[in-house]
Design a protein around this ligand. Structure first.
Ligand code: SF4
Length: 318
């Protein structure tokens, strides 16, 4: 299996009045073709910025993004526009990401028109109807507008709009977090089915560990712009190693009253990502922090094949 996406030392800092906000800070990872990489962390950890950087909806300050073997950070607007047929995005809030003045037909057809991928009105109509069928939207909604539909159906429109160009890679930015739990399951199952049928690769951004467990083959845990742990989903849930990952996992509800798990409470709030101090960014909230942690930034190290952790506890020197 080969990597469809390889990211190396990616950085994005934003200038804000009080300094430089380190949104994404030296992030490296790859995604195998046909896999789902879950990116998880609290709001403000940089995961949504990361998703937008990959599609160059915002420009990176440094680093490389290689998609399908091609380095894309230096591509001009025209080349990037062409490439976005293959790299699409599904947004968190289906309501605000849809144009309220456009019907379902027009919304799904718009990318076909922009890319000139249909020869006639009839072909557009056929492809829109086929796509509605693929995402489980009844054709009776073809003339409806977003405000006439519920959240689940609106997200199906968002998925249809992303899929109509036949992409191979999709960034899914919290695609179910605005939906009711029962609808979440339907949309996640739809996305899994589509991945299998079309051989899609997903980068799936979420703050919800249950969702990320359900959908991902591998997981990156982010904290204040950095990846602090990454491994296969199975290894991460079997042996969470970074204290932050352990705290996130301890907060997942267990649907069995006989199983007890102690919840690890994190002290304080996420620290500021503006001009972060040297040392481990998690130190102010970590129950295991030592003097070294506040002075030295831990590197991401491989603790077993494919399982990487950025924590001084893992290098045997304290
Ligand atoms: Fe905690 Fe230190 Fe590990 Fe950071 S490096 S997670 S502060 S033990």
């Amino acid at each position: 299996m080969s990597a469809i996406l390889e990211v190396k030392d990616l950085k994005k800092y934003f200038k804000v009045p009080s300094g430089l906000l380190h949104a994404v800070d030296d992030v490296s990872f790859s995604i195998e073709r046909g896999h789902t990489l879950g990116v998880v962390g609290e709001s403000g950890c940089g995961k949504s910025t990361l998703g937008r950087l990959l599609l160059r909806l915002i420009e990176p300050d440094a680093g490389q993004i290689r998609f399908d073997g091609q380095e894309i950070t230096a591509l001009d607007d025209k080349a990037m526009h062409a490439l976005r047929q293959k790299m699409q995005m599904i947004f968190q809030d289906p309501f605000s990401s849809l144009d309220p003045r456009m019907s379902v037909r027009d919304t799904i057809a718009e990318p076909l028109k922009i890319y000139g991928l249909a020869k006639s009105k009839e072909e557009i109509e056929k492809r829109v109807e086929a796509m509605m069928d693929t995402v489980g939207l009844s054709k009776r909604f073809i003339n409806s507008y977003p405000h006439e539909m519920d959240g689940g159906r609106r997200q199906r429109i968002g998925i249809a709009r992303a899929l109509i160009l036949d992409p191979s890679f999709i960034v899914c930015d919290e695609p179910v977090s605005a939906l009711d739990v029962s609808i979440q399951a339907q949309i996640l199952n739809l996305m899994q089915d589509l991945k299998r049928e079309k051989g899609l690769t997903y980068l799936f951004i979420t703050h919800d560990m249950s969702v990320v467990k359900h959908i991902s083959d591998t997981i990156c845990v982010m904290y204040l712009g950095k990846i602090v742990e990454t491994s296969s989903t199975r290894a991460l849930f079997r042996d969470p190693t970074h204290p932050y990952t352990q705290a996130l996992l301890s907060a997942i509800p267990i649907p069995d009253i006989h199983v007890k798990r102690e919840r690890i409470l994190l002290r304080g709030e996420l620290s500021s990502p503006i001009d972060p101090q040297p040392g481990c960014r998690f130190a102010p909230r970590c129950n295991h922090a030592t003097e070294r942690c506040s002075r030295e930034d831990p590197l991401l190290r491989e603790i077993e094949p494919g399982h990487y952790v950025a924590c001084h506890l893992c290098d045997g020197v304290q």
